[in-house]
Design a protein around this ligand. Structure first.
Ligand SMILES: Nc1ncnc2c1ncn2[C@@H]1O[C@H](COP(=O)(O)OP(=O)(O)OP(=O)(O)O)[C@@H](O)[C@H]1O
Ligand SMILES: [Mg+2]
Length: 229
């Protein structure tokens, strides 16, 4: 589903953020990306989302070389991926329902499909009773669940999440990761960058450790703790 070969990323005016990354993810996997601040986690996630191009190397997603996408193909590619952010990025003036419905409107879903699927997604994330609230009337964990509903509403086969629990307390964080795992079990590939050591240890999923822009460990059913931190 994802295959990176010899990927290097050098930002303007900086040392290399990623150095010769060779990394692939199969359909249906759940992968944690961990490593100290500045290790390159966000850079890796953002490259997969085609937010920018690597300095060199190949990145294939869904069998397609995304470094060669034409400018006009990029929005369509991005919409085929569910993205979850640390800072939620909800539409503050819109209701929970509208935030999720909007993601369907932009891909041209019919009003009928929207009326059917939005309540299902809100039910799935446990927010069925809060559809009419605005984001500022929700807790942080609830806002992140709206983001999850929005990320899954167009049934992407891949979700990328960069520290989705970064602003949440440990208990709430666990709830969010459990939800991501539920989504994963239903067939969606999930890649999540995180600092949440306890959660990573507990979930027993594949763990990729980045250090200074390099992959230093990649283990199935890994933990965070063996990583000198
Ligand atoms: N837009 C940018 N311009 C220049 N350098 C950048 C930019 N973004 C990141 N970097 C540098 O690239 C390296 C990797 O950054 P990145 O954000 O990928 O790390 P990270 O692992 O996500 O860290 P954190 O855990 O703090 O989020 C760091 O040295 C950082 O300073
Ligand atoms: Mg980061």
């Amino acid at each position: 589903m994802i295959d990176m070969q010899h990927v290097n990323m050098v930002y303007p005016n900086s040392v290399g953020a990623l150095k010769d990354i060779n990394f692939s993810v199969e359909r249906g996997e759940f992968v944690f990306i961990v490593g100290s601040s500045g290790a390159g986690k966000s850079t890796l996630i953002r490259l997969i989302g085609r937010e920018f191009l690597p300095t060199s190397g190949s990145i294939r997603v869904f069998g397609k070389e995304i470094t060669r996408l034409r400018r006009r193909e990029i929005p369509l590619f991005r919409r085929s991926i569910g993205v979850v952010f640390q800072d939620f990025r909800l539409l503050e003036k819109r209701t929970v329902y509208d935030n999720v419905a909007f993601a369907m409107q932009v891909v041209g879903a019919s009003p009928r499909e929207i009326r059917r699927r939005v309540p299902e997604a809100l039910e799935m994330v446990g927010l069925a009773g809060k559809a009419k609230r605005k984001p500022d009337e929700l807790s942080g964990g609830e806002q992140q669940r709206v983001c999850l509903a929005r990320a899954i509403i167009n049934q992407p086969s891949l979700i990328i999440a960069d520290e989705p629990t970064g602003n949440l307390d440990p208990q709430t964080s666990l709830g969010i990761v459990d939800l991501l795992k539920t989504i994963n079990i239903r067939g969606t590939t999930v890649i999540m960058a995180t600092h949440a050591k306890d959660i990573v240890d507990r979930m027993k999923q594949r763990v990729v450790v980045l250090e200074n822009g390099k992959i230093v460990s990649d283990e199935q059913k890994g933990g965070y703790s063996h990583h000198a931190h």
